[in-house]
Design a binder for this molecule. Structure first.
Ligand code: GAL
Length: 848
């Protein structure tokens, strides 16, 4: 008997060892289905938290940390779109390398033990160039995008099947033991289907059956598609989704895009969303029957190269996400959401067991109880935007701040309130560092830079002439942002040459520069809401031959709206010269123009640092339009994440060691108004509610991934369009300035202590915790500490009328020299400086 048991144990050991070695990372074959209440994974309903990370918006070197930090933040699922134009830039020629290595990304997620939601689209919107469609698609004869059109459907099916088969070959679906539990087809078609008329419905039906026929073994969703055909789950996108109900009682309530903030565009201020409101939105969703929500974005990252859409979407896609553009944890957002996720998970058993019983105590107080014979969890919401209230629930009274939800995993004790942040906050700073040029490359005359002018007008052999004005995208096929329109006209003596004449240009966008006789005469730009450019440029013409060279630019192709693929760009006219002799006007629109797609420097490969052509002997030109610049530099030392500060430059694109870090445009300034010093989280959020940085450039700092840098001999190449001074360019290192925490006596205790009162019989109270953000750091100083009625925000705390004398000393004693510290926020620790008042402890510390 004993021997038999030993044999059995050994067998088990070998079996487990075999599984550990040969099983795909982290998960076993799982059957994924759903019912009215939740996704069901291997027979178990699951409450899931998901976060968007779009793989090409970071580097493969960053992926493991991003995924781990998501996991540490309580995320179970990583959601990503699949970017068709990245993977199939030329029809039939695929790219799955580097930042496009989708399989590697999915495997990294699996290795961390998380699930994947793969949103194939293949239309993705996403502020991505052309919404993710490859430009060649536009040139297929007879094609009409996103409608019941055979050529489009054939291509959409081919690419979708390609991705599904790729995932299958690598066994990445949960049904095969992989991490993918969910997939999306199309994207928010329900927002535009009206415009596609009667063809919309058959298209959506076709998309649904095409997707299901691919037999992934896991469910499909369509977002914002109220008529999503069975078995596709229709899901909600928005700032709030608590009021959403799917189109069948057999489908779970899923929120595919819960916005953390919003995207930045050139000419806009920087949007942010207070975490108290975001947490409120998420808690409301789970309160009212939701079981799967996804943060759009959990890490937004960077629009490298020419990947942004819009037009005018900025290079930074930070999105005010829990992980910032650089991948660093953003506090208190990350921490407060982690506490929220942990609290929701404490309710999981009750949430999956039943529907909530929802009652309204008054129009603004909504109580949801998930109760069975064994478990009970409750959510108490105060949706009033200004008034805090005390409510009575199950014989106990609870104080609910305005616009907040309290979570009670046992229907009795509050583990979390969305408006009370227990997590510490950090202030991150960019420390400027001058650009260190490699000594070997220093040239006295040109300050370490070499340069070359891009010719104005036509310079390439592949230019061509045509009567009339050509639409840009149809002509360039997006091979370049740049498109030249050139003309020469002869003026006779007396044609008013030399006097003030006006060149009138009408363009579909997105920006343009006009050169007259080789000199920049003016230009214009559209904006994020209206890309068109209509300008009247005063010009001086001469008797005889005059050249008119118009450089039209795209700044990311349109990515949303009905038929957005056909909106076009470029100078479609009219183009006229007004104010000639006797006030006459010449319409140049239908003349014979000469065209050039792209720049000579692009053809010469200057962006990769091909220096042969560049000049380093003569004086460095500054504020000169259309100039390529190059320098060699030493990377900022250490491991801090780095950005280039382009203040001093105009507009262009930059490459580090041949890799494009994106379009820079530090001169596009946001409007002076619309920002608030402190944004009230209470009340409905919308994308322009909370803005910072008004009246300042939308983006001056551009992320340079560390893995793109060598320690020295790095090349930086710029193509500057409007004119700038490259010697003003500097680096910025991202560092944490201060760590702060601000906890009141009425805060719930830390979630980690949730079970402690049942064990010790004592109820835990609120605790202030500080943690140094980086390993090997300790708290080096306490810049501020006050117990009483302090006010302000991290970096700007002040003592209130009531404050304990011993706060600073107590906090210093508890924290200095340690990497983290915890202090009970109570009169037992600090004494009572003002009886009868709810006191707060505010601390600002530095780590070194
Ligand atoms: C949604 C869309 C996303 C993204 C988002 C805004 O409508 O589905 O792809 O564009 O808006 O960031």
């Amino acid at each position: 008997m004993v021997a038999a048991m030993i044999v059995k144990k050994v067998d088990q050991f070998i079996f487990l060892w075999f599984l550990a070695i040969y099983a795909p990372a982290a998960t076993f074959c799982a059957n994924v289905t759903y019912d009215h209440r939740a996704l069901i994974i291997d027979g178990n309903r699951r409450v899931l938290i998901s976060g968007s990370i779009h793989y090409p918006r970071s580097t493969p070197e960053m992926w493991p940390d991003l995924i781990q930090r998501s996991k540490d933040g309580g995320v179970d699922v990583i959601e990503t779109y699949v970017f068709w134009n990245l993977h199939e830039p030329i029809r039939g020629q695929y790219n799955f390398e580097g930042r496009s290595d989708l399989v590697k990304f999915v495997k990294e997620v699996a290795a961390a033990g998380l699930y994947v939601h793969l949103r194939i689209g293949p239309y993705v919107c996403a502020e991505w160039n052309y919404g993710g469609f490859p430009i060649w698609l536009h040139f297929i004869p007879g094609i009409k995008f996103r409608t019941d059109n055979e050529p489009f459907k054939a291509e959409m099916k081919r690419f979708t099947a390609k991705i599904v088969n790729m995932m299958k070959q690598e066994s990445l679906y949960a049904s095969q033991g992989g991490p993918i539990i969910l997939s999306q087809i199309e994207n928010e078609y329900g927002d535009v289907d009206w415009a596609y008329g009667p063809a919309a419905k058959p298209y959506i039906k076709w998309a649904a059956s095409m997707a299901t026929s691919l037999d992934t073994g896991v469910p499909w969703v369509m977002c914002m598609q109220a008529d999503a055909p069975n078995p596709i789950i229709d899901t909600c996108n928005g700032f709030y989704c608590d009021q959403f109900t799917p189109n069948s009682n057999a489908k779970p309530k899923i929120w595919t895009e819960g916005y953390n903030g919003w995207f930045l565009y050139y000419g806009g201020a920087v949007p942010y969303r207070p975490v108290e409101d975001l947490a409120f939105a998420v808690a409301r969703f789970y309160q009212l029957g939701g079981t799967f929500m996804n943060y759009y974005m959990y890490h937004g990252g960077t629009n490298f190269g020419r990947t942004t859409g819009g037009p005018f979407v900025a290079t930074s896609y930070d999105y005010d996400a829990p992980l910032d553009e650089y991948g660093i944890i953003r506090q208190p957002k990350w921490g407060h959401l982690k506490d929220l996720h942990d609290s929701i998970k404490l309710c999981e058993e009750a949430l999956i067991a039943t529907d909530p019983a929802v009652t309204s105590l008054d129009p603004n107080i909504e109580v949801a109880v998930y109760k069975t014979d064994n478990v009970c969890a409750a959510f108490l919401a105060n949706i009033n935007t200004t008034i805090d209230v005390t409510v009575n629930f199950s014989g106990n009274s609870y104080r609910l701040p305005a616009w907040s939800v309290s979570i009670l995993p046992d229907c009795k004790n509050v583990v979390f309130n969305t408006a009370k942040i227990n997590s510490a906050s950090t202030v991150s700073i960019f420390r400027a560092e001058s650009l260190k040029q490699d000594v070997g490359s220093l040239e006295n005359d040109s300050l370490g830079w070499s340069w070359i002018s891009e010719p104005i007008g036509i310079s390439k052999n592949d230019s061509f002439s045509k009567f009339g004005l050509l639409e840009q995208i149809n002509t360039t096929a997006d091979r370049s942002d740049y498109f030249w329109y050139s003309l020469s006209i002869d003026l006779e003596d007396g044609d008013d040459a030399g006097s003030q004449t006006v060149l009138h240009i009408e363009s579909l966008g997105h920006a343009l520069y006009a050169f007259i006789n080789g000199k920049l005469a003016g230009g214009g730009t559209g904006n994020n809401t209206n890309a068109t450019v209509n300008v009247d440029i005063p010009v001086t013409l001469v008797t005889g031959k005059n050249t008119i060279d118009l450089l039209s630019l795209t700044v990311g192709l349109q990515n949303f709206g009905a038929f957005f693929d056909t909106w076009g760009a470029g100078i479609t006219g009219p183009v006229t010269l007004k104010g000639l002799k006797n006030g006459s006007t010449i319409d140049l629109s239908s003349q014979q123009w000469t065209y050039q797609v792209g720049l000579l420097g692009e053809d010469l490969g200057l962006s990769s640092g091909n220096a042969g052509q560049l000049n380093s002997q003569s004086t460095l030109p500054k504020n000169q339009s259309l100039t390529w610049y190059k320098t060699n530099f030493v990377a900022p030392s250490g491991n801090d994440l780095v950005a280039i500060d382009f203040t001093g430059m105009g507009k262009g694109e930059a490459w580090v060691n041949g890799q494009s870090i994106g379009r820079y445009w530090p001169t596009y300034v946001s409007p002076n108004s619309g920002c608030t010093n402190s944004c009230d989280y209470r009340g409905y959020y919308y994308q322009s509610k909370c803005l910072r940085n008004c009246g300042k450039p939308s983006q001056t700092l551009y992320h340079v991934p560390r893995s793109w840098l060598k320690s020295d001999n790095n090349t930086l190449v710029l193509f500057e369009e409007s004119g700038g001074d490259p010697t003003k360019i500097s680096f910025a290192r991202k560092q944490i300035g201060s760590v702060c925490s601000y906890i009141s006596e009425s805060h719930p205790p830390p979630i980690a202590l949730w079970n402690s009162d049942t064990e010790s019989g004592r109820k835990a109270g609120p605790v202030l915790s500080l943690d140094c953000p980086y390993p090997n750091q300790v708290i080096s100083s306490i810049k501020f500490a006050s117990f009483g009625t302090p006010y302000g925000t991290c970096g700007n705390f002040n003592h209130g009328s009531c404050s304990s004398n011993s706060a600073l000393y107590i906090v210093q004693k508890a924290c200095i020299g340690s990497s983290s510290c915890n202090i009970n926020v109570s009169v037992n620790t600090f004494g009572d400086p003002c009886k009868g008042v709810t006191k707060r402890l505010a601390v600002e510390a530095s780590c070194m």
